[in-house]
Design a protein. Sequence first.
Length: 476
Amino acid sequence: MTTTTLYNKYSHLRKSYQTVERTWGEYQANRIAPDAPPGSLDAKSPALHELYPDIAKYRIVSTDRFYDKAIAQLEWDKLWNNVWLLAGLETDLKEVGDWLTFQIGLHDIVVVRSAHDKVQAFYNVCRHRGNRIVHGDFGKGLTCFTCSFHSWIWRLDGGLARATDRESFAPEALATVDGEDLDMKRVHVEIFAGLVFISLAADPLPLKTYLSGMGPILESYDLGSMVVIRDVQMEMPANWKLALNAFTEAYHVHSQHPQALLRGDDVNVQFDFYEYGHNRMIQPQGVVSARRSDGEEMHAPLADMITDAGLNPDDFVGRNGEARLAIREVKRQPDNIFNMDYSRLTDSQVTDIWAGHVFPNVTFTTQAEAFSFQRFLPHPTDPEKTIWNVIQIGRRTKSPRRLEIDPAVFDGPRLERKRTSIDDTGLYEVLDQDVETIPHVQKGVRSPSLKHVRFGEQESRLQQMYAEIDKYLHAS
Ligand code: FES
Ligand SMILES: [Fe+2]
């Protein structure tokens, strides 16, 4: 997408901004739930500089990180091989023989439920001459792995069951060489909170340790009870970090998504940082942004949100901020209009947007009724391209309009992953607004005039990302 169609569509909304006089120190300290007890999910994390004493170095980073092939290679060698990576959803591995595949760079992985109580992952590569063994994104009913080239067969546990015409091989042709035998090559896999992670590391940290403070957040949503309602994948003409960074700050919301300021706060945002690179941002919803001078008016997006909750927008004119609390109260009722059980969620989770970054390459955005993951998978050879996968999961609610969910998805089979392009994402307008800009930013970082980019405190989650990446790249 090369035009600025969506930007121009909302130009009229950019006329009512007021300057927000808030210092960078105030942004660091901001709390949306000041009374949240320490250790609770709403609680403010330690400050970023406590986790990363050298964070000041990451307020400016060099633009070669977004295109340099040597840096990309260093990431392949030292980052991607040493982290946990989101391979898929546990709901795709419910029964023995259910499988999913995951590609990152030159790595092609298949994950299978090999027994009722066991999920295993392997390189999806034939040990004979290298053919790809399992084709597709996910499926069911696998009883063994069969290579389509010469029909070698492996059990679901990866052990070789048949080397076709085995007697026709001299013994040395089937020998173990450099540690490679004839079994499918295993990859570490662990499941946490309904999410399937793999690691290419020889000896990774336990996944729960790796997820640190992000673990309880992911667990709180009961993701395993949700259904896939969107699954779209396309190539983005941008480095994976640059593309991801468009989704880890709210600083751009007033300019890129001005319509979102009519029902959500982009100023009183809370940032929380966890070990191993993960972080979270809370954006209050059901309130007109402090950036707008007409917060006492009732705007259509907020009115829709109030109506969806079964309340009357007229009751909230001139009472900016109260709708958020009223919507929360309505959702807390056992017979709430959404037909949802919010009891395991905190007050903020019930009404606000929680946006997470699961290091290194997954972001999520959630608003209690649905959960959107974005995976930013670096292109195998071109650092200026990213495979961008958006997976949205949700629960059947009685009020699907706001979530733009087709109720039919809850009754049919698991949605196929749709391959498309950024010119026709099939996503929703907010994401299309981001997609409109990202390719221009990638072009800009290639300009000889720009050797560095700069991050303010509304972009502190970006600072953390580069600080964490460098821990891997500079590790001996
Ligand atoms: S390449 Fe797989 S059996 Fe020959
Ligand atoms: Fe955005």
